[in-house]
Ligand binder design. Structure first.
Ligand SMILES: Cc1cc2nc3c(=O)[nH]c(=O)nc-3n(C[C@H](O)[C@H](O)[C@H](O)COP(=O)(O)OP(=O)(O)OC[C@H]3O[C@@H](n4cnc5c(N)ncnc54)[C@H](O)[C@@H]3O)c2cc1C
Ligand SMILES: *[C@@H]1O[C@H](CO)[C@@H](O)[C@H](O)[C@H]1NC(C)=O
Ligand SMILES: *[C@@H]1O[C@H](CO)[C@@H](O)[C@H](O)[C@H]1NC(C)=O
Ligand SMILES: *[C@@H]1O[C@H](CO)[C@@H](O)[C@H](O)[C@H]1NC(C)=O
Ligand SMILES: *[C@@H]1O[C@H](CO)[C@@H](O)[C@H](O)[C@H]1NC(C)=O
Ligand SMILES: *[C@@H]1O[C@H](CO)[C@@H](O)[C@H](O)[C@H]1NC(C)=O
Ligand SMILES: *[C@@H]1O[C@H](CO)[C@@H](O)[C@H](O)[C@H]1NC(C)=O
Length: 504
């Protein structure tokens, strides 16, 4: 066991406030508080030699709690980094029996503002549980919660397989999966959760259970879409796919100047619905060289270049110069997009606040209006020039082919996700206020032509101000709430847009 931290923290009594997110739904006690001296509880234990305990203020603590965004962040007084599943079970039992509020973290890329409802809690850092095993005969991949999305690319590709993933390498694969997991291959393979065969989970009472179609099938339904609500997943097994077309992806990227943007949006709208293998990521951002608002576009076609060129003909025929046309192997797809911009997208410890929503209709006229609003915002608020309005145009054929009742994930008709990614310096209140006002306005505008009658959001992208129906779907909530009541009635796992344990 390795402990680091200030003695003051070790010897003082730590007050812990429990703040249940309430959503207007009547969840347990709205606010409870308990006085727990964490240090002796954690240090008077036998831990495996590589399990570490750290306390706020130490470099070790920072490195195991550092997050992608510092906005509305949870805070902790101590962190446990279990090196074994036994130690994870032990810390869960300690925390639940002492009523210590805690958050188990994988990649620490969760950004919903409800995570900030945990203050002065205990961090359970899962990053050391990072085993990865590929069974090429069974065609399955089993990973621990410390494995990131990007860490599966090379092992799978090198063995002749691929899998649907998210579009960034830095979140944990399990973290992404628990909300459903959307990405560029969802039209061909479905959600990441659709690849799931089974998980192992530690529950609130410290049981370690198998969850699959044959074992706790109700819970298996629930973890695929609402999976952060019931326990801590210690491993997940996925179906992988033998490579087709050598794993090649045809990629075309464009830089669209302001004056060409409307024409570009109209062409894009005319291509809806996209064929299953074709996806696009589009960024409306500020170019600090030209000082202009611009549109950056990435298209990827899973398959042969010839088919890719045919699918992309309407775009290739526009008089817009490509910045890149290439065939890349799938394990390099994300790293090579937009000249490797993902490195800065993945950088940790930055203030970022996001609004997101789903769409099933593409609307050129609304995108043109949104572009003008972004242009105006960049002109008036130089402090917000790193903000980005991002569109993910992802087809849904394979996702929609899975019956709606198969999983808790509610939005199988979605063909795109929009997020307004607000970046501003901490303390720049004027830019912050203008960014939030614009975010809410863009959300209203773009939801109106999204094809949905009201705001809907994919849980992994939620801001935290949405209604639970807008996140989980009204029709899923009765069953989810009754499962919550069975597995986590005391709301230990409720910081990520937590479910109520009764609905309606
Ligand atoms: C740069 C970036 C790119 C993204 N790209 C995509 C994408 O392409 N597709 C997509 O679907 N989503 C994407 N997301 C959203 C992402 O899926 C969610 O933020 C997800 O919650 C991150 O998981 P994490 O483990 O990294 O985060 P954490 O902050 O560690 O965890 C987030 C929540 O999940 C819970 N959790 C994490 N691991 C476990 C576990 N093993 N068992 C139980 N609960 C757990 C935590 O308790 C917490 O409530 C992206 C996010 C970012 C910041
Ligand atoms: C602890 O980690 C070290 C270094 O990675 C390793 O050599 C050792 O075997 C580990 N010990 C246990 C008990 O896992
Ligand atoms: C900014 O615009 C210039 C000129 O069009 C271009 O070369 C450059 O790649 C753009 N930068 C970004 C980050 O898009
Ligand atoms: C862009 O703006 C910066 C200052 O904000 C200025 O220094 C630079 O000259 C401008 N570039 C162009 C091409 O106008
Ligand atoms: C993290 O960001 C904060 C500002 O938000 C800064 O004070 C701190 O030095 C950063 N820490 C590291 C290690 O980068
Ligand atoms: C900015 O907001 C923070 C918190 O919201 C507040 O403490 C601070 O005083 C504000 N600064 C200014 C200059 O208004
Ligand atoms: C979405 O698109 C369909 C087909 O083009 C159209 O019939 C419908 O009216 C659109 N819905 C909205 C809300 O824009």
């Amino acid at each position: 066991m390795y402990a680091s931290g200030s003695l003051a923290v070790l010897t003082s009594t730590i007050w812990i406030a429990l703040l249940w997110c309430s959503y207007g739904v009547d969840i347990a006690a709205a606010t409870a508080a308990s006085s727990v001296d964490l240090a002796p509880i954690l240090t008077n234990q036998q831990w495996s030699s590589n399990t570490t305990i750290s306390f706020v203020g130490s470099p070790e603590f920072f490195s195991v709690t550092e997050r992608w965004t510092t906005f509305s962040a949870p805070t902790y007084v101590a962190a446990v980094s279990p090196d074994t599943e036994e130690d994870l079970i032990k810390v869960v039992k300690l925390a639940t029996s002492h009523k210590i509020p805690f958050l188990a973290t994988g990649g620490r890329h969760g950004y919903t503002t409800t995570l900030g409802n945990l203050q002065n809690g205990l961090a359970i850092d899962l990053s050391r549980l990072n085993s990865l095993a590929l069974d090429t005969t069974a065609q399955t991949l089993t990973v621990g919660p410390g494995v990131t999305v990007g860490e599966v690319f090379d092992p799978l590709y090198n063995a002749g397989f691929d899998i649907q993933t998210g579009s960034a390498p830095c979140p944990s694969l399990i973290g992404v999966t628990l909300g459903g997991g959307v990405g560029q291959y969802q039209g061909i393979y479905g959600l990441i959760a659709d690849a799931l065969i089974s998980v192992r989970m530690v529950t609130a009472n410290g049981e370690h259970i198998d969850v699959s179609r044959d074992s706790h099938p109700d819970l298996f339904w629930a973890v695929r879409g609402a999976g952060t609500n019931f326990g801590i997943v210690t491993s997940a097994t996925y179906k992988v796919h033998p490579l087709a077309d050598d794993g090649d992806v045809f990629v075309a990227e464009f830089l669209v100047a302001a004056e060409k943007s409307s024409e570009y949006f109209e062409t894009l709208e005319s291509m809806s619905p996209l064929p299953a293998g074709l996806s696009s990521i589009m960024l409306v951002n500020f170019n600090t060289t030209t000082n202009q608002t611009q549109v950056q576009v990435h298209w990827a076609y899973k398959g042969h270049e010839n088919e890719g060129r045919a699918a992309l003909a309407p775009i290739l025929d526009l008089d817009i110069e490509a910045t890149s046309i290439a065939v890349v192997p799938w394990n390099k797809l994300i790293g090579s997009a937009f000249g490797g911009v993902i490195d800065s997208i993945c950088r940790d410890n930055i203030t970022r606040d996001l609004y997101s929503w789903n769409m099933k209709n593409y609307s050129a006229s609304t995108y043109t209006t949104s572009f003008s609003k972004m242009d105006d915002y960049f002109a008036k608020h130089p402090g917000g020039r790193s903000s980005v309005l991002q569109f993910e145009f992802f087809p849904n054929q394979a996702m929609a082919a899975v019956p709606a009742d198969e999983t808790a994930f509610p939005w199988r008709d979605t063909t795109g996700y929009i997020n307004f990614n607000m970046l501003f310096d901490g303390g720049d209140n004027a830019t912050e206020a203008a960014s939030i006002a614009l975010g809410l306005e863009l959300r209203d505008d773009l939801v109106a032509t999204s094809g949905y009658p009201e705001l809907t959001v994919f849980i992994n992208y939620a801001h935290g101000d949405e209604k639970i129906e807008q996140i989980y779907g009204r029709e899923k909530l009765p069953r989810l709430a009754s499962l919550k009541n069975i597995w986590d009635p005391n709301h230990f796992f409720s910081y990520n847009n937590g479910l109520p344990n009764q609905y309606p």
